[in-house]
Structure formats: C-alpha cells, structure tokens
Design a binder for this molecule. Structure first.
Ligand SMILES: CC(=O)CC(=O)SCCNC(=O)CCNC(=O)[C@H](O)C(C)(C)COP(=O)(O)OP(=O)(O)OC[C@H]1O[C@@H](n2cnc3c(N)ncnc32)[C@H](O)[C@@H]1OP(=O)(O)O
Ligand SMILES: NC(=O)C1=CN([C@@H]2O[C@H](COP(=O)(O)OP(=O)(O)OC[C@H]3O[C@@H](n4cnc5c(N)ncnc54)[C@H](O)[C@@H]3O)[C@@H](O)[C@H]2O)C=CC1
Length: 255
C-alpha cells in the first residue's frame, strides 16, 4: 500500500513510535528511526532489516535533525511522511507543601523543550525536504503527524508541565497546517489516551489499573498497533488536515 513511501519516525525505538515503524514497513514503506543515542534504536533498525536506518538524534538539536534528513536522502532519496513520537512524561505537584518544595523549574523547562520545542524543530526542518517532492494529482507532497496526549485537554494533578507541552503541540497544529497548505503538506496531531508502552510502565501498577478501569470502552490500555493504525489512516486519507484526533476509548481523565 505504501510502496516507495519514505518516513521518519522520531521516538521510533520504543512504544508508539516503534509500532509505527513496523506498520509503515509492513505496508511497504522505508523508515528512518530517529531516537536518542542511548535508545535501542540501532538494534531495532537491525531487527527490522534493510528498509530501515537508525540515526541517533536529540529532537531538540537542529544539527541532529539535519543529519537525519541527510541520511534519509542518502539512503532512500526522499521523504514523504514524518511522525513525531519522541517525548517524555514528567509528574510533580506545583508546590509540595509537605516538603516545602516548588515544582522544579528545570524539569518544567525540559518537558517543554523535548515535547514542544523538539516537535516544532522536527516539523520546521522536515517541511523543507517534504516540500521538494513533486505533488501528486491532488497537489499533496507529504504528511506530518504529531503526538500530543489527552493530557493536553484533561491533565491530572501533577501534569502541569506535560499538559502544557502537549497543549502547545495541539495549539500549533492548525497554524502549521495552514502555513504548509500551499506546499501540499498536511499536518495532523494524534492525542492518545492510555497506551501500553515503556512510558506508561513508569506509573505504579495500581495507578495503571485505576486509569485503565476509567476508560469507558474498550476498558483497557490501547495497544501501540492501534496508534499505528491511525497513523496509517491519516496518511491514506487526504481530507484529514489541521486537526487533533483523540484516540482514547472516550476516556476523560479525572483529576
Ligand atoms: C502519558 C500520557 O500522555 C497519558 C497520561 O497522561 S496517563 C495519566 C498520567 N497521570 C499521571 O502521571 C498523574 C501524575 N500525578 C501523580 O502521579 C501524583 O499526583 C503526584 C506524584 C504528582 C503527586 O502525588 P501525591 O499523592 O501528592 O503524592 P506525593 O507525596 O507527592 O508522592 C507520592 C510518591 O509517589 C511517587 N509517584 C507516584 N506516581 C508518580 C508518577 N506518576 N510520577 C512520578 N512520581 C510518582 C512520587 O515520586 C512520590 O514519591 P516520594 O515522595 O518518595 O518522592
Ligand atoms: N503511552 C501513552 O499512553 C501515551 C503516550 N503519549 C505520547 O506518545 C509519544 C510516544 O510515547 P511512548 O511510546 O508511550 O513512550 P516511550 O517512552 O516508549 O517512547 C518515547 C521515545 O522517545 C524517545 N525520546 C525521548 N526524548 C527524546 C529526545 N529528546 N530526542 C529523541 N528521542 C527522544 C525515547 O528514547 C523513547 O524511545 C510521547 O510523545 C508521549 O508523550 C501520549 C499519550 C499517551
């Protein structure tokens, strides 16, 4: 279905990103996995075979993303799709009255830097390469997909930094889509609910169980493959643009 398609997936060494890499490959695509040097990205790429490459990056670095684009061109000749999955989750109260400790400012800044600035950095750089493609019959040159979170809308206690970073991704989706429309590049954001990944596994098991039971239907954590299926649908459907799509089993998180 995606024969000839070339994608970049940030955070592609784990969780939702890794499932996306697998789905694009299954459909006949070729994929550059971008993830931290400390991630298992090299092993993942080896496991997936010749249609993948791993480039160690920090998404907040201009040079790292430029290197990834160079590798993409050298190895696969073009770029059609970029999926931003790299992200970090932090949790802390604004002020811990027991310990008389305010929310650590560096932790807030880091969360914004990776989740929001990192996503923006990738968007602004991949747009240049995708924009070089010849347009298809519909005028489309490619697609950029971002990952926010339902915490952008109903963040829990302790999620001020994470929710702010993800709300920023939601907020820039429409203006960036409008901005890139003339060039035939679509921009869409997925706001996942709760998915079983290493990030979710950081939460204590009772917290996971509690969250899981609060999902109306299906009352369970999502599988990463279900996220990847939405990525595939977004790529396939040219009318989806400038929108944030919740993928959450109708969960609205409680405080
Ligand atoms: C990933 C997604 O995109 C999807 C989601 O959003 S899933 C929803 C995720 N929700 C959350 O992560 C909730 C975040 N909030 C919390 O975990 C808690 O409100 C809080 C840890 C910030 C404060 O909880 P609290 O009851 O006031 O307890 P507090 O005394 O501050 O902390 C209790 C202990 O639990 C630990 N803890 C429990 N859950 C934690 C978590 N998710 N992250 C970090 N620490 C956690 C704390 O480290 C703390 O340990 P110490 O005191 O020994 O350092
Ligand atoms: N798992 C879930 O329930 C949900 C996840 N999300 C979001 O989905 C995205 C993917 O999350 P998961 O797959 O669950 O997490 P994960 O922790 O399994 O994967 C995230 C990947 O991002 C990489 N990464 C982190 N910082 C990076 C940086 N600076 N540069 C490059 N790569 C970096 C990590 O090395 C890791 O491989 C994240 O943005 C997360 O916030 C949103 C809602 C729910």
């Amino acid at each position: 279905m995606f024969k000839g398609l070339v994608g970049i997936v940030t955070g592609g060494a784990s969780g939702l990103g890794k499932a996306t890499v697998e789905q694009l490959l299954k459909q006949g695509g070729r994929v550059v996995i971008c993830d931290l040097p400390s991630s298992p990205g090299a092993d993942v790429a080896k496991q997936f075979g010749n249609d993948t490459a791993f480039v160690p990056v920090d998404v907040t670095s201009e040079q790292d993303i430029r290197n990834a684009l160079q590798t993409t061109v050298d190895k696969f000749g073009r770029l059609d799709v970029a999926v931003n999955c790299a992200g970090i989750a932090t949790a802390s109260r604004i002020y811990n009255f027991k310990k008389e400790q305010p929310f650590d400012l560096k932790s807030f800044q880091k969360t914004i830097e990776v989740n929001l600035v990192g996503t923006f950095n990738v968007i602004r750089l991949v747009a240049g390469l995708i924009g070089k493609n010849a347009p298809n019959a519909d005028g489309q040159r490619g697609v950029i997909i971002n990952t926010a979170s339902i915490a952008a809308f109903d963040g829990q206690i302790g999620q001020a930094a994470y929710s702010a970073s993800k709300a920023g991704v939601v907020g820039m989706t429409l203006p960036v889509a409008r901005d890139l429309a003339k060039q035939g590049i679509r921009v869409v954001t997925i706001a996942p609910g709760l998915f079983r990944t290493p990030m979710m596994d950081q939460l204590p098991e009772p917290a996971i169980k509690q969250l899981e039971s609060s999902v109306p239907f299906p009352s369970r954590l999502g599988q990463p493959e279900e996220y990847a299926l939405l990525v595939q649908s977004i790529i396939q459907n040219p009318m989806i643009n400038g929108e944030t799509i919740r993928l959450d089993g109708s969960l609205r998180m409680q405080p």
